[in-house]
Design a protein around this ligand. Structure first.
Ligand code: GLA
Length: 355
């Protein structure tokens, strides 16, 4: 199906946004810390045109479904259409002088959904970029990322950070995107040529993930209260060990974030030095901390990590919000064929993707 098949006319504006893999730095973004993602080739594309039917008509190719609406009221059980409504709501709210303009919107995507590679942020960034072009608002890529975050936080109601929206809006494939989430200053760094990052998919239960994510978010906000700081991201490991948190669970969650921020800074340096061993080691430490202190991994994921390392990866970890989804492994290009042969003893080629 194409835009023309559904709406019997050509679209006037087309734009897309990519998914991301986070190489290292998990649950550090909303605590004012550092993250280090990179863009994937998977992307979501939006086509729009104006209609004169006084109704918004939206077709999703992936769901093979058309939904129409005239107001921006959120559904009781969040559905894909709510991301579209949320983007329009936030965009019009920001642009009060733009008259409500009825649109035909066509969504197509190659991004696997609910796997920790930010399909929802890519959808919001792609819609907002398209609206930005259509209405000639001239928002910067950074501003589009901020609006996309507003959609998820204020409209959908997920307490996410800013990493996914920033990298989806500004990132470039084959470059790592180092982001300071407090200042929103970033660096784009080439991935060394002989480093191969590979994703391996695991099963995921979406509903569990959202509630567990919000729970972790609240635990980290509690840790900030205990330590009397605005952001955990401002606490260095040596300062942390001097302070006391008399709640074992909150202490573990905070320790993950504080040591993770330190690992992101070291990981950035190790890419600049093309030190693959160190980057791999940091990924392994990151996974251990994510699994043990943050308790965000699953048995299936841990098994993928173990097998990936014994198959020849320099390092491997769970990427994204946690509780399933994709893992990311770093392999030296000289070992890549062997790694793939070894991994194919356990996993179908179809669930392994080269970044
Ligand atoms: C999700 C959120 C991000 C970030 C990661 C965990 O992808 O959308 O903001 O918190 O989880 O690092």
């Amino acid at each position: 199906m194409s835009f023309e098949d559904i709406f019997q006319e050509d679209s006037s504006v087309v734009n897309s946004a990519h998914a991301r893999v986070n190489l290292i730095g998990e649950h550090t973004d909303y605590t004012g810390g550092y993250v280090f993602p990179s863009l994937l080739n998977f992307k979501t594309t939006i086509q729009i045109s104006q209609n004169n039917k006084k109704i918004y008509q939206v077709y999703s190719e992936n769901f093979n479904e058309q939904k129409n609406f005239t107001d921006f009221i959120k559904s009781k059980n969040i559905d894909w259409i709510d991301y579209v409504k949320g983007c329009l709501f936030v965009f019009y709210d920001e642009n009060k002088y733009i008259p409500n303009t009825y649109l035909n919107i066509f969504i197509s995507s190659t991004i696997p959904m609910g796997r920790g590679i930010s399909s929802s942020s890519a959808l919001c960034v792609a819609i907002l970029k398209t609206l930005n072009n259509f209405f000639k608002s001239q928002y910067s890529k950074k501003h589009i990322a901020i609006l996309a975050q507003k959609v998820e936080r204020n409209y959908i109601g997920v307490s996410g950070g800013i990493m996914d929206q920033m990298v989806s809006s500004i990132g470039i494939t084959r470059k790592a995107f180092f982001l300071d989430c407090l200042t929103l200053k970033y660096d784009l760094i080439d991935l060394p040529r002989n480093w191969v990052f590979c994703l391996v998919d695991s099963a995921v239960q979406r509903n569990l993930r959202d509630s567990a994510y919000n729970e972790r978010y609240n635990q980290l906000k509690k840790a900030e209260q205990y330590l009397g700081v605005e952001y955990l991201g401002s606490v260095k490991p040596n300062q942390f060990y001097k302070n006391k948190i008399n709640d074992e669970l909150i202490l573990k969650r905070a320790r993950h974030v504080i040591t993770e921020n330190d690992r992101v800074l070291k990981a950035k340096q190790s890419i600049l030095n093309t030190d693959i061993k160190l980057f791999g080691k940091l990924m392994n430490e990151s996974h251990l901390s994510y699994a043990e202190d943050f308790e965000a991994s699953t048995k299936d994921v841990d098994l993928i990590i173990e097998r990936s390392i014994s198959s020849g990866a320099e390092g491997a970890r769970l990427t994204g919000g946690g509780f399933g989804g994709f893992t990311v492994s770093l392999i030296h290009s000289n070992n890549y064929q062997n790694w793939k042969i070894n991994m194919s003893k356990f996993y179908d080629d179809k669930i392994i993707f080269e970044v």
